[in-house]
Structures are given as structure tokens and as C-alpha cells.
Design a protein around this ligand. Structure first.
Ligand code: HEM
Length: 160
């Protein structure tokens, strides 16, 4: 799907909701990852900073290194929201990012769980303002991001 599939009204819903959530990316990003680890607890093992694995999601979520990753994810989403008129400008970057995550050991299905967790965090952050059309718009946007990352993931897999 290309960015042209998002209507102007959908782009506006995305911008509005992100303006609220992005006031506190650390908090909403932590809500996202808390949900992600509830849904897929094994993902905690893929964050071995300084070669030591966290023994629990709670320990991982409290680590400054991990919080940097939360920040990185929120920055990628912010870049997507800022590039709604031209999402293909992010293509090369997202392909590279997908390749990197393949090397780290992330499965493509986990990208979808991140998407679910993002919707969860938006819902928690926005409450009733997170309308059904807003949810649909975000689902479309995130699927463009995942599609590009998955392409890179596949390239990484084939290059093994
Ligand atoms: C599916 C679960 C994910 C896991 C287990 C995971 C894990 C990791 C790990 C271990 C690193 C390297 C250490 C670090 O930079 O903190 C990393 C880097 C990174 N991740 Fe993730 N990640 C996941 C999802 C995502 C998603 C969905 C995004 C963005 C939409 C993302 C964005 C980034 C960025 C921007 C970097 C830095 C890449 C660089 O250094 O060039 N990650 N990730």
C-alpha cells in the first residue's frame, strides 16, 4: 500500500492523535512495550544490552538502554507521521531497519504484535478521542511501515 491510500481526512486524524501522544513519547512508548511484552514475553530476550539478558519484562522496561530503544521506535513513528505525504521517502531507511531486526532475531510476525500494541497505546492515551476512523487510519499507516520493514527482513533472510 502506498501513502496515496490514506485519504486527507485519515492523514489529519493521524496527525491530530499523534500531536497528543507525542507530547510524552516515553510514557506512551512504555505503555506500548508493556503491552508488547504481555502479548509476547519472549521478546524480552532479544534485548541483551551489555551481553546480559533481562530476567523479566519489568527489569527490561526499567533499563535506560531499553528506554532508548523505546525512544527510537517512537521517533520512527514520528518520522512516518511527518512523511504522510511521501511515505516512500522512508522506504530505504525502513528496509535497512527490517534487515537489522532480522539479524537481531526478531520474527516478522512480531512486527504485527508491535502494531497491535501501538493501537493499544493510542487507545490508552487518547481514550474516546481514538475513534474507529482514527484506528483504521493508524492501521493503514502502520501496515505501510511493516510492509517496508518486512521487505528488508526478507532480504536479510535471503542473504544469510
Ligand atoms: C518487535 C520487537 C522489536 C525488538 C525485539 C527490537 C529489538 C531491537 C534491538 C535489540 C536493537 C539494537 C539495540 C538498540 O538499538 O537498542 C534495535 C534497534 C532499533 N530498533 Fe528495534 N526492535 C523491535 C521493534 C522495533 C520497531 C517496530 C521499530 C520501529 C518502528 C524499531 C526501531 C529500532 C531502531 C530505530 C533501532 C536502532 C537501529 C540503528 O541503530 O540503526 N524496533 N531493536
Amino acid at each position: 500500500m502506498e501513502s496515496g491510500d490514506l485519504s486527507q481526512a485519515e492523514k489529519e486524524l493521524i496527525r491530530q492523535s499523534w500531536a497528543t501522544v507525542n507530547q510524552d513519547p516515553q510514557h506512551h512508548g512504555t505503555v506500548l512495550f508493556t503491552r508488547l511484552f504481555d502479548l509476547e514475553p519472549d521478546l524480552v530476550k532479544l534485548f541483551p544490552y551489555n551481553s546480559t539478558q533481562f530476567s523479566s519484562a519489568r527489569e527490561c522496561l526499567a533499563s535506560p538502554d531499553f528506554l532508548q530503544h523505546v525512544r527510537k521506535v517512537m521517533l520512527v513513528i514520528d518520522a512516518a507521521v511527518s512523511s504522510l505525504e511521501n511515505l516512500s521517502s522512508l522506504q530505504e531507511y525502513l528496509i535497512g531497519l527490517g534487515k537489522k531486526h532480522q539479524a537481531i532475531g526478531v520474527k516478522t510476525e512480531s512486527f504485527n504484535t508491535v502494531g497491535e500494541s501501538l493501537l493499544y497505546a493510542l487507545e490508552k492515551g487518547l481514550g474516546p478521542a481514538f475513534s474507529t476512523p482514527a484506528r483504521e487510519a493508524w492501521t493503514k499507516l502502520y501496515s505501510v511501515v511493516v510492509k517496508m520493514m518486512s521487505r528488508g527482513w526478507q532480504e536479510g533472510k535471503e542473504g544469510e
